[in-house]
Design a protein around this ligand. Structure first.
Ligand SMILES: Cc1ncc(COP(=O)(O)O)c(C=O)c1O
Length: 461
């Protein structure tokens, strides 16, 4: 392993001294995994933390340190870690078998719940992940329309398959990232979020050849780069006019923004919706759901009746009983309790308390977000803003998202970890239903301590 250069950063030195077990685990991980990680966003130097166990809103690393968690299972764990009901249902199912290679009652129950909570879900096809769900949604749209092109919004993430892998964190000109065919990227049209005129012009020129438009309906990264609701309504109207299949990627927002996802709050019915994360209660799982006339292209009899070849689709673990058990337990709780509303309230309180800290320290950053999201705007372009007056809709992607690896953000994340809080790298994270006053208090104290560390190091004026 290449040694990392010695640091003159007290923040990095403190983190390194605090986490020797994580450092050792990472040294081994680098001998197994490219970059020492199994998901790109976990990559950070000098090393990520290695976690030994988790419960509720907290997790503990291999050195025994406790963290308030804002990774949230990359968004899958709105009920926190090891929720007792979810865990019990999974354990109960484990004893009955993990895979029947056959239909089973739990998949029906799971589907019923989805339809109950998300009225646009007329039919459902389960997948193993969000990536697979968006891949299938785009394929269904192409098969249904006979058109080849796709419309995406710059910065919106839909997984890592070939159609969606560029124009997310880079390659905004639509050129392919490594390993993706030139020809394939040419069939993808990228539009700028919140650019009404650009969107209308693009659809006027190419609407007749576009199979699907796909987007994260509250904006990319949990709404870090928010979308104006009227822009989404414009997209709905324009796609309907041009016969383009509108796909809401609700892998993050489904069962989080509301019981019926972002579409419930926006009052928009998409043609197809992709789901994952919360859907499967912390286990692997995804689904593409939506209009019967589209999804029946997966049905051998219905496709034959329409005189078309069916779309093939397999997947060893589709709707496996363990994921179904976790998904059902989670969706029942979200449907039948106030967990979603409570989580939104906790997130709003936390955003306010973190902005109080910024105000008190006269730091021109802001903490903002919608629903369960916490987004820390670190103002890397040094714009004249105040924590309370900040309006993310006034800014574009380039201002809201600092380039990956931005030194101040890395130091903020590491300092927060040393002070007992694990934020996601954008920086921010989702709040869970298990976060409460004690977690808010600890997070705010860690935020304050980390900001003072950054100021002492000259990262903040
Ligand atoms: C909006 C969105 N779509 C799709 C995906 C891909 O889901 P998965 O990681 O389950 O493949 C993600 C994952 O973070 C996502 O945030």
């Amino acid at each position: 392993m290449k040694a990392i250069p010695p640091t003159n950063s007290p923040i990095i030195a403190a983190f390194t001294a605090h986490t020797p077990g994580s450092a050792a685990a990472y040294a081994e991980a680098r001998t197994h995994f490219p970059g020492g990680v199994t998901h790109d966003t976990r990559y950070v130097r000098p090393h990520p933390i290695a976690v030994a166990r988790a419960a509720g809103a907290r997790k503990w690393d291999v050195d025994g340190h406790e963290y308030i968690d804002y990774a949230g299972g990359h968004g899958a764990l709105i009920l926190g870690h090891a929720h007792p009901v979810v865990t019990a249902r999974v354990a109960e199912q484990l004893a009955k078998g993990t895979h029947y290679g056959a239909n089973h009652a739990l998949e029906n129950r799971w589907a019923e719940l989805i339809k109950d909570m998300l009225p646009s879900a007329q039919m459902i096809r389960f997948t193993n992940s969000g990536t697979e769900a968006t891949l299938m949604a785009l394929r269904v749209a192409r098969a249904a329309t006979g058109r080849s092109k796709l419309l995406r919004l710059r910065g919106h993430f839909h997984g890592w398959h070939d159609h969606v892998a560029f124009g997310v964190t880079n390659h905004f000109d639509g050129t392919p990232t490594p390993g993706i065919l030139e020809g394939l990227s040419e069939s993808v049209l990228l539009a700028d979020p919140n650019d009404d005129a650009g969107l209308s012009a693009l659809l006027a020129a190419h609407g007749h050849e576009i199979a699907a438009a796909i987007l994260e309906p509250t904006g990319s990264t949990y709404g870090q780069v928010p979308l104006r609701p009227d822009f989404v309504h414009l997209l709905r109207a324009a796609t309907a006019k041009h016969g383009v299949v509108l796909v809401f990627d609700e892998v993050v927002t489904g069962f989080r923004v509301a019981r019926g996802g972002a579409q419930e709050v926006l009052g928009i019915t998409p043609d197809l919706t992709t789901l994952a994360k919360i859907l499967a209660g912390g286990l692997p799982g995804g689904a593409v759901v939506g209009r019967t006339d589209l999804l029946e292209l997966l049905d051998p009899e219905r496709a034959a009746a329409r005189g078309v070849e069916k779309i093939p689709h397999q997947g060893t673990y589709n709707a496996n009983p363990l994921s179904a058990a976790a998904g059902i337990a989670t969706l029942e709780i979200l449907r039948d309790t106030d967990a979603i509303a409570r989580t939104h309230a906790t997130a709003a309180t936390l955003r306010g308390a973190m902005n109080d800290v910024l105000d008190a320290l006269s730091i021109p950053w802001a903490v903002y977000g919608q629903h369960t999201g916490i987004h820390i705007f670190t103002n890397w372009n040094r714009l004249p803003i105040t924590p309370r007056g900040f309006d993310p809709l006034a800014l574009g992607y380039a201002d809201l998202k600092a380039p990956r690896g931005n030194a101040s953000i890395v130091k903020l994340l590491l300092a927060m970890r040393t002070h007992g809080v694990d934020f996601s790298p954008w920086p921010g994270g989702p709040v869970s239903a298990m976060h409460g006053p004690a977690e808010i208090e600890a997070t705010v104290a860690a935020f304050r301590a980390a900001l003072l560390d950054l100021r002492a190091e000259g990262e903040i004026a």
